[in-house]
Design a protein. Structure first.
Lengths: 281, 258
């Protein structure tokens, strides 16, 4: 019996190590390559810890690409989009959950049906609309389509439906208006739902590639994912010179570090955000 | 819009169903459709089986499981373009980590992304690595919703592990499993970012996918109407799975009227 338990323990640790290695090794290898001088990259000798460390890959990335500009653009887009989504979605979700108005059911059905229309489908008309009003290659073009995301509306509406309305009724009796009730009673209650929506919106804005690739042309508004893709698209489908990967990895580290740090700090909220929106959206 | 011929300058010209007719004889479109279906057919089962196993494994109350969960989820917080960049390097034919290790084991590694026969497989591996954590988190949430009492009762009745797994865990987890399958199918049909970064649809058309085809027709060759028509086909595919998803989900949503 005792022996069996020990065996189980050993198997557990072996599988755990396999999981850790297979999940993290590619990331560690990226980090390791990014610090290697050229001569150590194009070789079949595997060194997880570089023989000599160098920052020249990072130096080259900064010299040749406007990577700080992309980083700032990414932050601007993700932050504004997240704030916009939080305000709009909690207002819309609240209206759909609590207010009586003509066409409410129709509105809700529209919201639900939009849940299943990704930007990949609407991209052609969307692009034409933005080019009609001369807004391609601008921040509004990057932000507005994310702001119009309906997943958050749905999540917030479901959340508001789940809380009792007595508090709001009491506030109403005391003479508070709908907007006041939303701001000082409903929103504070909705912290967990809003955090979930915020994290998921931020992550999807941060990672979003397809639309920014289409709608941006210049470094003035280009975001990180689009910029990073340029490292590889010099000779698409071709094998690059192995030495060039040092620079690519340095760029990748640049883009990978913020979300990883963000995730390690906010683990619990992250996971909760993913499960609420993933399963219920 | 999909019923028009429209280059971005000038005005659209109504052409009825011509775009859809063209598609039937458009070899690139058919290849893109075939590649996408192949991609879905490989990634979805791999993702479901792997992440279910990982979730069940990490659902045990043992030391190190929190660490395991964080590690498994980490790839998913990376942007797909970065994942593409990392894996292009890992799968490099001569000096990539994977082929170097394969070489040490005496196995000649295939040229992966530069070989039409292996390129899609490279992208599939990349995608699975990237998304397993996401599905695992969903499965873990589902597993935690199964009441402890069922397991206790099974233990009292003397059920062995296999019985517990197939007679309790799987049936009670099935709503989650269905949701995750549909979610994975819907996401996999939209694959683009990794492909764009790793192969740009190549070599030749070996990894051309539907979304990639929409991108090239509408935004590189400026055939807006045709691009929209291809998008409509993708939409028809997605909506079919989405309707299934809604039907399954209905039970969970409060009635429209609250």
């Amino acid at each position: 019996m005792r022996l069996r338990i020990q065996w189980e323990q050993i198997v557990w640790y072996i599988i755990l190590v396999v999981l850790l290695v297979s999940s993290l090794a590619p990331i560690v290898w990226m980090l390791s390559t990014s610090f290697k001088p050229e001569a150590q990259i194009g070789t079949t000798e595997i060194r997880w810890i570089p023989k000599t460390f160098t920052l020249e890959n990072y130096q080259r990335v900064v010299d040749q690409f406007d990577i700080f500009g992309w980083l700032v653009n990414s932050i601007v887009v993700a932050v504004i989009a997240t704030v916009l989504v939080l305000i709009l979605d909690s207002l819309a979700g609240y209206a759909l959950a609590r207010m009586e108005f003509a066409g409410r059911n129709l509105m809700f059905i529209l919201v639900i049906s939009m849940l299943f229309v990704p930007i990949q489908i609407t991209v052609v008309p969307l692009f034409l609309i933005f080019s009609k009003v001369n807004l391609t290659d601008t921040f509004p073009a990057l932000i507005l389509p994310i702001g119009a995301n309906v997943t958050g509306v749905f999540i917030m509406r479901q959340f508001f439906m789940s809380i009792p309305s007595e508090l709001e009724d009491a506030a109403y009796v005391d003479g508070a208006g709908a907007f006041r009730i939303w701001w000082s009673i409903v929103l504070p209650l909705a912290r967990s739902a809003s955090t979930a929506v915020a994290i998921v919106t931020f992550l999807s804005a941060w990672n979003s590639f397809f639309w920014p690739l289409i709608v941006t042309r210049t470094d003035a508004v280009r975001t990180l994912p689009v910029g990073i893709a340029q490292f590889m698209s010099t000779r698409p489908g071709q094998s690059m010179n192995a030495q060039a990967y040092g620079m690519s990895m340095a760029g990748a580290v640049f883009a990978a570090a913020p979300p990883i740090i963000f995730f390690y700090v906010l683990q619990r909220q992250f996971i909760r955000g993913i499960t609420t929106t993933g399963l219920k959206g | 819009m999909s019923f028009t011929e429209w280059t971005i300058v000038g005005s659209p010209e109504f052409t009825g169903l011509a775009n859809y007719q063209d598609m039937l004889s458009d070899q690139r479109f058919l290849t893109a459709l075939k590649n996408t279906v192949r991609f879905v057919a490989f990634t979805v089962p791999a993702l479901i089986v792997l992440s279910l196993l990982v979730a069940i494994f990490l659902n045990q109350a043992r030391r190190g499981r929190a660490l395991g969960r964080v590690a498994v989820f980490t790839p998913y917080v990376l942007m797909p373009t970065v994942v593409g960049v990392i894996w292009t390097w890992l799968l490099e034919k001569d000096f990539g980590l994977i082929n170097v290790y394969l070489g040490k084991l005496g196995i000649p590694g295939p040229p992966w992304l530069v070989d039409p026969d292996y390129a899609m497989f490279g992208i599939i591996v990349t995608t699975v690595w990237w998304t397993v954590g996401f599905n695992t988190v969903l499965f873990l949430a589902g597993l935690q919703d199964i009441p402890e009492e069922y397991y206790e009762a099974a233990q009292i009745d003397g059920a062995n592990r296999m019985q517990v797994f197939f007679l309790i865990t799987i049936p009670l987890l099935s709503p989650t499993i269905f949701m995750v399958i549909l979610l994975s199918i819907i996401n996999s049909f939209q694959v683009f970012d990794q492909v764009y970064v790793m192969t740009s649809g190549g070599p030749g058309t070996a990894t051309l996918t539907l979304v990639h085809y929409i991108y090239t027709t509408a935004f590189q060759f400026r055939k807006m109407g045709y691009g929209a028509a291809v998008a409509s086909v993708l939409f028809a595919i997605l909506i079919t799975f989405a309707l299934l998803q809604i039907r399954l989900y209905r039970r969970g949503v409060r009635g429209i009227d609250g």
